[in-house]
Design a protein around this ligand. Sequence first.
Ligand code: CTP
Ligand code: CA
Length: 223
Amino acid sequence: EDLLSGPKPLAGMTAVVTSGPTHEPIDPVRYIANRSSGKQGHAIAAALARLGAEVTLVSGPVTIADPAGVRTQHVERAEEMRDAVLSALPADIAVMVAAVADWRVASSAGQKIKKQPGEAPPPLELAENPDILKTVGHHAQRPRLVVGFAAETQNVEENGRSKLERKGADLIVANDVSPETGIMGGDRNRVKLISRDGVEAWPDLSKDEVAERLALWIATQIG
Ligand code: CTP
Ligand code: CA
């Protein structure tokens, strides 16, 4: 069954989607990153495009291919991702799926840091990265529909609900990414949709199916 064939309810609309991790350099050869394959975010970008939206995908470093029918912009760091997302505004829809590194190295080294025999490891001073979802959710050019994700290992609903409020989102797609769920890096996802109308728990689905259903959910909200 192809849920996205047929009419194009998002024709004439624009969307910006983030996907993948960010890499925050320590020096030219080392970085800090979150775990993320980009599979879910890329699938959502493709699904929105199939429903007719003009989609800009801002992707961190991933090994998967750029999705068809989407303008993909590749970035490395959270600050670059933020700049690319803001450049894509105004947009009708924002879906922030990226696993953005919460911290960057306060001043990354221009040269490779060398081990010094007999000396302690170098300390890393961190600085907080911009919260891209929160920036978009409170922006003067706020999209009509702002969707975030919440990858949690405990208290999924409670944490999702507080992210909905704090970040000014219309919807948080929350999932349990505890290692035993196998969601990180896998092809399946089990999510809860948290909005101001309540919570909707979806069954275990492929990441492509989650993307299709979410694109249709977005179309019913905004169409
Ligand atoms: N997000 C973002 N920019 C950040 C951090 C998070 O845009 N610097 C977005 C993610 O893309 C996701 C949502 O915010 O849509 C929730 O991300 P998450 O890491 O779960 O939330 P945090 O606010 O960083 O909280 P914590 O990691 O402490 O749970
Ligand atoms: Ca985080």
